[in-house]
Design a protein around this ligand. Structure first.
Ligand SMILES: [Zn+2]
Length: 94
């Protein structure tokens, strides 16, 4: 997650989807292709399907931690990631 000094609006789902992907998907499922491009496509596709949760970068960290407590939201993200993995594996963008 890169934030420049000028960034003021953050979609909290970005770091959340990233870390759920790394902590819950990658250890449990071997990807057909695990290049960076496919991984990024999976994350982008997922972000387009889950509801964004915008926050400002100043309160971002606390907001993200609070969202992590929402187990329903986390399980929705895991489901959406699993779907995105299938889509990208069937049609890799390279
Ligand atoms: Zn690939």
């Amino acid at each position: 997650m890169q934030l420049t000094g000028e960034t003021q609006i953050l979609n909290a789902m970005e770091p959340i989807v990233h870390s759920i992907f790394e902590e819950h998907v990658l250890p449990n499922r071997a990807l057909k292709c695990d290049c960076d491009k496919c991984k990024l496509d999976i994350i982008v596709l997922t972000l387009n399907h889950v509801k964004p949760h915008y926050t400002s970068t100043q309160v971002g960290e606390a907001y993200i931690k609070a969202l992590y407590m929402n187990t329903q939201m986390i399980s929705d993200v895991i489901q959406e990631l699993a779907r995105s993995v299938l889509v990208v594996e069937q049609k890799p963008n390279h």
